[in-house]
Design a binder for this molecule. Structure first.
Ligand code: RNT
Ligand code: ZN
Length: 423
């Protein structure tokens, strides 16, 4: 990559081009630097967690690929995350799953996990200046093998998962309190049927009852924000998913909690960018699982696609930055896992940078005046504005590599660390 002088010169030229459009580049950079992205821990180990030596099982999700070097312990996962974070501009958050508990080798059932099992994670987050978010793990477990958890007709199983949900809220609240920033604690369950059910109602009635039990205890929203995530289908739950989008949209509105929109959880031609302003008409806040669906898979690494740009534009244009919690959710075991985090997170930030560099007022005026010709012309011209120069400048200012320089660091880390891991 070019030296700092060239980056600054190129930036200066870009700054002038944006100024001609009435865009204040410094202000845009300032806005971008305040946006925290929640990095999901599970990209680092193919959604395995530390409970057993077996991999991800059940739940209708799958990590494919056999790239060497996945993290096998919490320490390895933290070191990998540190590497990734050092290559991403800005201050961000860590999104942890319950199955990443550290129990000192003791078997602790999921309904018995407590904040102390996450104290190393919390201390690490504090040291690294990260906020934390949290998720119950309602899959990869013998009690999820039937395909039903919170909506199970087996009262023992249903209760077990309700207790897990309650435990997770306590852990989330402890994380929020310790770190001084609310922890978004998300519930996603895999429950559903492969083939056409006769009773669609029963499981949904039971899921509502379970959620009511989990959320019965009022918690301080200063530390804990509850969220629920729907889905259209999973592997092995193609015909029916209990926790559908409509189910959770209704639940979130009725109970004043967050709805999680996962970009890979809808019909292929349906996009979440169009849903943001709809659901925020009724909800205070939402959580995003930014992901990339490709055919049957909902979890490819995020790239700077049209839809990613549209998501960022909606957040910025709607002035929703305070109300939209941006989390990532993808897992690819076929490429370097640290690189996957860096690519996905940097793309999310690039999309947000493009959005804050937009002359939105001008575009709005054209639209409001019925001048759709200008609207389309401007939107297309914006695509070839020198945004890359602003991005490189921003990276340099934040002390992270500009351009593709980060890849060398990942390669070096691979040579020294991850490629030495066996099994
Ligand atoms: C699954 C959901 C869920 C998971 C993570 C691991 O389809 O998207 O969010 O990906 O909890
Ligand atoms: Zn998700």
């Amino acid at each position: 990559m070019s030296d700092v002088d060239t980056i600054e010169k190129t930036f200066e030229a870009a700054r002038q081009r944006y100024a001609e459009l009435g865009v204040d580049t410094e202000r845009a950079i300032e806005r971008l630097s305040k946006i925290a992205i929640s990095l999901h821990c599970w990209q680092g180990d193919d959604v395995r967690g530390f409970e057993s030596s077996e991999g991800l099982s059940g739940g209708g999700i799958m990590a494919t690929g056999a790239y060497p070097g996945r993290a096998r312990t919490a320490d390895e996962l933290r070191t990998d995350l540190e590497k990734a974070l050092s290559l991403i501009p800005g201050r961000h958050r860590l999104n942890l799953h319950a199955m990443y508990a550290e129990t000192g080798g003791k078997k602790i059932e999921r309904n018995e996990i407590r904040p102390e099992h996450f104290s190393a994670w919390i201390d690490w987050a504090k040291t690294n200046g990260l906020g934390m978010d949290f998720n119950g793990t309602f899959f990869s477990h013998p009690k999820a093998e039937s395909g039903f958890t919170l909506s199970s007709a087996d009262e023992g199983i249903r209760k077990f998962w309700v207790e897990h949900g309650i435990a997770c809220r306590e852990i989330g609240a402890a994380m929020g309190k310790k770190l001084g920033t609310p922890c978004v604690t998300n519930v996603w369950i895999p429950d559903g049927y492969k083939d056409i059910p006769v009773d669609r109602k029963g499981p949904r009635d039971r899921l509502k009852k379970s959620l009511d039990e989990i959320f019965a205890q009022k918690m301080n929203r200063k530390w804990l924000l509850d969220s629920v995530e729907g889905k259209l289908f999973g592997i092995g739950s193609e015909s029916y998913v209990v926790g559908s989008h409509e189910f959770y949209l209704g639940y979130a509105i009725q109970n004043n909690i967050l709805l999680c929109l996962d970009a890979g959880h809808f019909h292929p031609t349906e996009v979440i960018s169009d849903k943001i302003s709809s659901v925020l008409t009724y909800l205070d806040r939402i959580l995003l699982h930014v992901s990339r669906g490709v055919r049957w898979d909902s979890d490819h690494v995020v790239i700077l696609s049209d839809e990613l740009r549209a998501i960022a534009e909606e957040i910025v244009r709607g002035d929703y930055l305070e109300r939209v919690h941006i989390g990532l959710d993808f897992f690819d075991a076929s490429i370097n896992r640290v690189a996957a985090w860096v690519i996905g997170t940097r793309c999310m930030l690039k999309a947000l940078l493009l959005a804050v560099l937009e002359p939105t007022d001008k575009l709005r005026r054209a639209e409001a005046g019925g001048d759709y010709t200008t609207r389309l012309a401007m939107l297309e011209e914006l695509k070839t504005m020198p945004f890359g120069a602003v991005w490189d400048y921003y990276c340099t200012r934040q002390d992270v590599p500009a351009g593709a320089d980060w890849l060398k660091e990942v390669r070096d880390y691979e040579k020294r660390v991850t490629s030495l891991r066996q099994g």
